[in-house]
Write a protein that binds this ligand. Structure first.
Ligand code: ADP
Length: 252
C-alpha cells in the first residue's frame, strides 16, 4: 500500500489504510474466536462418552459391577457415538475447507431424492413414519455425492425428530432460476428463536439436547457449507409443535 504525501489525499489514504487494517484484524480475531470455540465444543462432545466409558469399565475392572452383555453393549454404544462424532468432524473439516473441491456434473435432484429415500425407508418404517416423495425432475450442475449428503442429513434429522406415526415429505421441483429441495416433517419442530442457530456447529435446540437420538449438532453445519459452496441457500421454517421444513435453493 503506497501513500502519497500530498495534503488531503494523504489523510484520506491513511484513513483507508487504517480501515483496511482494522477490517483484517477483526476478521483474524473472529477466526481465532471461532477456532477456540470449536476446540472447546469438540472437547465437550468427547468428554461425555469418554466419562461414561471410563466409569463403566472402571466399575467392571474393580468388581463393583459384574460384566454383563447389557453393560458391554452400553460401552459399545458410547464407542459408536465417539466414532460417529469423529467421522462427522472429518466431514465438517472437509466441507468447510476453503478449497472444497466440487465434482460437478448435470444431476437430476429427483434421482438423488429416490436413492436417499431407498436408504432411509427402513429407518422410517421402524418408527411407522410415512415417507413420501413429490415433485418432478429438475437438473442442476452440482456435485452429486455432496448433494446426496445434504439430502441424507436433512432426511435423517426429519426421521430423528419426528415421533412414531409421523409424516415426512420430500419435494423436489423447478423454480424460475433455481431448483428446490424441500424436506418437511410433522415432528417436534424448532422454536422460532432457534431457527437461525441450528446451522451453527454443535448447536442443538433445548428440546433435542435431552434426547438420546440427537447427534453432536454438526449435520446442518455440513449441509450449510455444501449448499453455500454451490452458490445456494438453505432455510429452516417451523411453527410450534407443527414440525419443520427445510428448503434448499440451488442455482440452475
Ligand atoms: P444433530 O446431530 O444434533 O441432529 P444437526 O446439526 O443435524 O445436529 O441439527 C442441529 C439441531 O437442529 C438438532 O440438534 C435439532 O435440535 C435441530 N433440528 C434439526 N433438524 C430438525 C428437525 N427436522 N426437527 C426438529 N429439530 C431439528
Amino acid at each position: 500500500y503506497s501513500i502519497r504525501f500530498e495534503g488531503k489525499t494523504k489523510l484520506k489514504e491513511l484513513d483507508e489504510l487504517a480501515a483496511a487494517i482494522n477490517c483484517l484484524t477483526e476478521g483474524l480475531a473472529e477466526q481465532e474466536n471461532l477456532r477456540k470455540r470449536l476446540t472447546v465444543d469438540v472437547a465437550h462432545e468427547l468428554r461425555t462418552p469418554l466419562t461414561t466409558l471410563a466409569s463403566h469399565l472402571e466399575a467392571m475392572i474393580e468388581g463393583v459391577w459384574e460384566p454383563s452383555v447389557d453393560r458391554l453393549q452400553s460401552c459399545y454404544e458410547e464407542i459408536s457415538r465417539l466414532s460417529g462424532l469423529v467421522s462427522d468432524l472429518e466431514r465438517l473439516a472437509k466441507t468447510e475447507s476453503d478449497n472444497l473441491i466440487l465434482n460437478k456434473s448435470d444431476v437430476d435432484l429427483m434421482v438423488i431424492a429416490h436413492s436417499c429415500y431407498d436408504r432411509y425407508e427402513i429407518e422410517a418404517k421402524k418408527k411407522n413414519i410415512s415417507l413420501v416423495i413429490a415433485g418432478s425432475s429438475t437438473i442442476v450442475h452440482a456435485d452429486k455425492d455432496r448433494l446426496s449428503q445434504v439430502m441424507e442429513n436433512l432426511l435423517s434429522n426429519a426421521i430423528k425428530y419426528t415421533p412414531e406415526y409421523g409424516h415426512i415429505r420430500i419435494e423436489v421441483r423447478d423454480a424460475e432460476e433455481s431448483s428446490i429441495i424441500m424436506i418437511e416433517d410433522d415432528g417436534i419442530g424448532i422454536p422460532e428463536q432457534e431457527l437461525s442457530l441450528v446451522f451453527e456447529r454443535f448447536y442443538r435446540t433445548d428440546k433435542s439436547r435431552n434426547r438420546k437420538t440427537g447427534g453432536a449438532g454438526i449435520g446442518l453445519a455440513i449441509v450449510k457449507s455444501i449448499v453455500t459452496a454451490h452458490g445456494g441457500t438453505v432455510q429452516a421454517e417451523s411453527s410450534a409443535e407443527q414440525g419443520s421444513r427445510f428448503t434448499v435453493t440451488l442455482p440452475k
